[in-house]
Design a protein around this ligand. Sequence first.
Ligand code: NAD
Length: 262
Amino acid sequence: MGLLDGKKAVIFGVANKRSIAWGIATAFQREGATLAFSYAIERLRPNVEELVATLPGREHMPLIQADVTKPEEIDGVFAELDKRWGKLDILVHSIAFAPIEELKGSFTSISRSGLLSAIDISAYSLVSLTRAAVPLFEKAGGGSVLSLTFNAAERVVPSYNVMAIAKAALESETRYLAADLGAKNIRVNTISAGPLKTLAASAVKGISAARDLWEAKSPLRRNVTQDEIGNVAVFLASDWSRSITGATIFADNGMNIMGTME
Ligand SMILES: NC(=O)c1ccc[n+]([C@@H]2O[C@H](COP(=O)([O-])OP(=O)(O)OC[C@H]3O[C@@H](n4cnc5c(N)ncnc54)[C@H](O)[C@@H]3O)[C@@H](O)[C@H]2O)c1
């Protein structure tokens, strides 16, 4: 028996096989969830199709394009899920974007438009996707929303700049959404992951150095893997975490407990 048997999950944010969203998708699939995918732009569709083709039951998995800055495309995803499934149990938000020039150099020089775009795509989208999912969660008797964050929200990480502010917003939204939606049995949590080599991470200057640091200094002396994040997501999506909401759960091999390191 899988931990997610009978559950319907929509996953936003698969771009390629290294995407954290793909690690979550394969873990969910292993645990018996029925999956749907939403990708940002038409150009990504062949990648997503190729990956999804490796999963059993692909023919039953909706793949729906949606740029999260376009409300009509978000509505399109949930209208399609309503038609196909008539309910939803799990929403995965694994989305981030900032203009590349905003992810290097001094924090003081960030631009207004760069900050607003990072917050819009990486943080406001958690609110807009969750809002659109609520009617379908209600039909399921509740739901679980998951997103991904990084501890640059609470600690200063060089180069993270506008994305650090977007992650602080995302973590705060997680608490506000959880308080707003708890009475509907909808839980909202975020996973604070250690660094992984993905497309989004490659935009941040110093990701390789961060991975070296994790190996040398994190309490568990290793880097996190896509599979490990997928398994934490399974727990948060499953009924085993039914008492957890509004939380930032660290999946970072303990690095968040460490102080300044030599
Ligand atoms: N890789 C890391 O080290 C790391 C660590 C902690 C948290 N995270 C977070 O994990 C999440 C997933 O990132 P990833 O590292 O897997 O990289 P990724 O590049 O594989 O995923 C980012 C996704 O965001 C999507 N996206 C960007 N703009 C969009 C838009 N306008 N509409 C819809 N989708 C859009 C991209 O298409 C892509 O699928 C992000 O929130 C990221 O900040 C990553």
